[in-house]
Design a protein. Sequence first.
Length: 549
Amino acid sequence: MPTSPYFPTYYAGHSGEQGLVQDLVDEQIKLFGTDIYYIPRIVLQDSTLDEVRYSKYQEQFQIEMILQNVMGFGDNAEFISKFGLRITDEIIFRVSTRRWDEEVAEHSPSLTVTSRPNEGDLLYFPLTQDIYEIKFVGKEEPFFQFGKIQFYAITAEIYEIGSDSFDTGVEEIDDVEVTFASSIKLFMDPGGSGDFTVEFWANVDTYRTSGSYFDAFLTFGFYTSSPYFRIAHNGTLACGLVSAEYNSTSTIDTGEWNHYAISRSGTTLRIFVNGTLETTATHSASLGNSAAVTVGTSSWQANNEEMKGYLSDVRIVKGTAVYTSSFTPPTAPLTAVTNTSGLLNFQDSAIPDLSGLNNIDTVGNAKVGGTDPTKYGSNAMQFDGSGDYLLLENNMEVFEFGSGDFTLEFWLYTNDATVNQTLIDFRPASTNGLYPLIYIPSGSTEDIRYHVNGANRITSSTISSNAWMHVAVARSGSSTKLFINGTQQGSTYADSNNYALPSRVAIGAGSYNLGGAPLNGFIDDLRITKGVARYTSNFTAPTDALPKF
């Protein structure tokens, strides 16, 4: 007989032996395991498709578990390279069946299946500060030893943060929603059957033209019950307002900033693109958000409907139709007007590109300075000389001057003209070539230089610190000139260069050595013009803020 006659087989277990094995399992887990937060998932499902629309996690309880792969229950897999480092792959925990029943009885969590851990629920592992999603629960391993299961084997993987809501009461768990979420969620309600306005700026890289998913700008919950604003597969702006979907007539211009606004006044719905009224319809349905308002993707397909591009100045106004006829799009960051229920200016909106062609990334703490000195109005771009600059990396073809005319101009205020400072740099990383560079060298010369293809081409006369000056470089035909305050500086550069396509443009620091030679001062009214030499001889420096074109 191959098995011991003194212990029962799996089909003939006795309570004494079962209890002994369970005690041994519980003791080993308590000795060598760790306290894990178990986080049940609550889902809202589509009653028609039976698809999960939205998940939220608002309960938790602690229970001891043992990490099988580390503590010898299985092979030593390589998902942990050193004790305490982040786990990057699949993980297997074991939990006592008896302890599970005790904790469930005590806490009464919302479980789909109460008799065991549930697939889709989460585990928080304090050792690595990671959250894992349960993918499979082994509930028959080993196969009824002594006629009873003593533990569950839980296979889990790193949880991919989506648009799910966390409110467990454990700070380190709830923080992941804000820190790592791929979208920004707000709780705002355009509400009821009254007037409202939703508007935003968007710069779209690409969008889906077919398939089951879309690129969503803004959703107020779930498609069937709440408003949404997304890109239709034909490239138009699609506005879903519960009872119907309405579309713009124009299609999305990729690689460019465009302003979109949707308003309802009474029962009249209007869709505006760049201030132009494109669509008018009658709409009186009651509107509201059925879940968190999600920006940058959809509320119920967060991982599948992320837009590809940039958003800025998202404003939601409940109770007012801000726009009822065609208008000039905003030329400054939006403010909270009466009845504003949500306003997201985002990082870069305070330094907008009024041409609508580029997204400007602010690096370091480059910002709009609201105190003196300012050139026009109450603000200027402020750089503190320590890691601050602006970076443009999209739509680079507008900066490929080739052999044509162009103009670079801006107002400059430097706090120290003896320090090497980059004003604008078109060069790629560690590459000189046919790319413009305007900079201030170090030393006592205190001048501004125009540099191309590894050499200084034009040098200005002495400039002053702590004073505003207008700087312009313009090429007309094969002649390039440098002007300060409207007066030509140095000699005309015989310029027959075929300027190359840059990969990025840095303002206030170098692009060649990204962030190098940073500006300590201010820049205002910077304008880059391709195809036009705005200045060919001495001129009077602008006395007002430059127009858009």
